[in-house]
Every structure is written in C-alpha cells, then in structure tokens.
Design a protein around this ligand. Structure first.
Ligand code: ZN
Ligand code: ZN
Length: 307
C-alpha cells in the first residue's frame, strides 16, 4: 500500500485547477483569444469561459506549467487573489483546450443583471456550513442540476428538479415561494453558481440566505470537517466525472439503473444518438453493452450487425 501511494505521489505530475472570479472584463472576445494562446503555450487543456462578468475555468497541465498559470493570473490585477482549487492527477483530464467568450459565466437568464459583487448571500466556511446545516429548521438547497445531485449531495438537501442552471428561477418560483422567511443554505461544486443563485433568492424576497464558500470541492478538503454530511461523490465536469468528498462516512447514494444495486459508475449510453448519462454497475454494463435501455441496446446491435 505504501508503495502504491508513493507511486501516486511521483506520478501526480499534473494538476487540475478549478477557479472563477466575478470581475469586469472589457472585450471578452479579444481576451478569450489572447488567453487561448497563453494556455496553449503552457500545454494546458481544459474549458475556460470568459465573459464581461468574469472568468470560470477548469484546466489540467503539468505541475510546473500549472504553477506558471496561477502566478501569471495572480499578476493580472483583474485576477489577483483568485482562489484555485488544486488536485494532483497523473494525466490530463481533458482531451482539448477550449477558451470561449460567452454572455454569462453560468447561464442563468433572468430578466435583470445579477452582479454577485453587488448582491449575494452570506458566505460560510466549511465549519460554519457544517454547523448551520446540522441545525433544525434550515432549508438546504442544492444549486446544481438533478444529475449532479443524484451522484452525491448534502444529507437532507432539496433536489432541484432542473436539468440546467437556467431553469432555477422558474423552479424556485414554483416550489419555494412559501419559504421566504426560512433560513436558507445553498451549495454548488465550486461556489460560482451559488454566488448568482443567492443573489437571485435575495432579490426574490428570501430573508436569510447563505452559501458554502468555495463549494463542495473546498468543503471536501477541509481538514476539520473532512467532508462529513455529504453523501456520495461530487460530480465534476472533466474526464474524472467525480471526486470523493466524505472521508469519514462513505456511502454510495446512487443505484444502477438496471438492477438497483448501489453504484456510482456514471457512464454515457453507448448508443450515439442517446448518450444519456446513467448509473450502471459493471455487470449490467457488460450485459447491456453500455446502453441505458433495451431500446438503445437493440439500436446498437442493429448498427453493429453486418448488412
Ligand atoms: Zn446493475
Ligand atoms: Zn440510451
């Protein structure tokens, strides 16, 4: 076991960086292409969104180049102090590099501008979040999509019935309007979605709104809390698909779509026209050829059979 972990140490020459900052960026298009060239020169891969309201990225690079990236970003007055969540890995977690200019960092189309630098919920450290979440009479809302919740979430959190972030405003108006006087806690992967989500809640008239600063990824690394009260794994948007959170009480909360046994293997349906992400245990994956349904498996068989 010792050998295995020291091997991981020495193999962990790559870093994954996850980061964001809400800050005014003039000419996002021009900056995106400049930033692409810079990342390319570092051999970095990943997905970075640039918008007039800031930057949001996940990238993987060799440790030295990742370091250089962080230093160079910190030297830019716009991004000074930006927090990087860092993981050691053995290889890239992306196949390519994308740097795109978009109208919003996270698509949350409401009829007004929401600027987290103007209006956002109170920020809680992992310890504060843990303590508050343990109290009664608190409403914990997962600010992510349903398929992220299904892989893992805080115990007792409400599962939003949304597939994308932009569906949140309607979902809140339809489901939570009676809870405006309650104490509300929200969380997301790295914190970026909550900053807008809590601003929206305050704007809608919710009185007491707080968010987990740095999201689940920061919570998972807190040496005191060690991920307690989070069940399952945290969904991430790179080839890893998930990262562990709870180092004290491990539990699988998701079930194989086919046989119902606990499984956190999230795979895409192998039928190209479907591609739906679903949980499948190793045995069922073999039986089903990686398809999500009998229909998809039949399509696969047809496509594979010789004419
Ligand atoms: Zn199964
Ligand atoms: Zn399918």
């Amino acid at each position: 076991m010792l050998d295995a972990s020291s091997e991981v140490e020495s193999l962990g020459e790559y870093l994954v960086l996850i980061y964001y900052k809400y800050v005014r960026i003039e000419e996002p298009e021009a900056y995106a292409s400049e930033h692409f060239t810079f990342c390319k020169s570092l051999g970095a891969r990943g997905r970075i969104i640039i918008s007039h309201e800031g930057i949001n990225g996940t990238l993987s690079a060799r440790a030295e180049e990742a370091d250089q990236y962080m230093r160079s970003m910190n030297d830019d007055p716009r991004f000074t102090g930006m927090v990087f969540k860092i993981d050691k890995v053995n290889d890239h977690v992306f196949r390519k590099l994308f740097v795109r200019a978009k109208p919003e960092l996270v698509t949350f189309r409401v009829d007004r501008e929401l600027d987290p630098n103007q209006l956002t919920g109170k920020k809680l450290t992992p310890t504060e979040f843990f303590e508050t979440a343990s109290q009664e009479d608190v409403l914990i809302i997962d600010a992510r999509s349903d398929y992220e919740y299904d892989l893992g979430h805080f115990r007792g959190a409400i599962r939003p019935n949304v597939r994308t972030f932009r569906e949140f405003p309607d979902w809140v108006r339809d489901n939570l309007s009676d809870f405006k006087d309650k104490k509300i806690l929200t969380y997301c992967t790295g914190g970026i979605r909550c900053e807008k989500f809590t601003g929206f809640l305050l704007h809608e008239g919710f009185q007491d709104v707080a968010q987990l600063e740095g999201g689940i990824l920061t919570y998972a690394k807190d040496p005191e809390i060690r991920g307690r009260m989070f069940d399952g794994k945290c969904y991430v948007f790179d080839e890893r698909i998930s990262v562990p959170v709870n180092q004290v009480e491990e539990e699988v909360v998701s079930k194989c779509l086919h046989c119902g046994t606990p499984s956190d293997r999230y795979i895409n349906c192998t039928w190209d026209d479907c591609h739906v992400q679903h949980f499948s245990c190793p045995e069922c994956s073999i039986l089903m050829n990686g398809a999500c349904s009998v229909q998809c498996m039949e399509q696969l068989d047809l496509a594979l059979s010789p004419l």
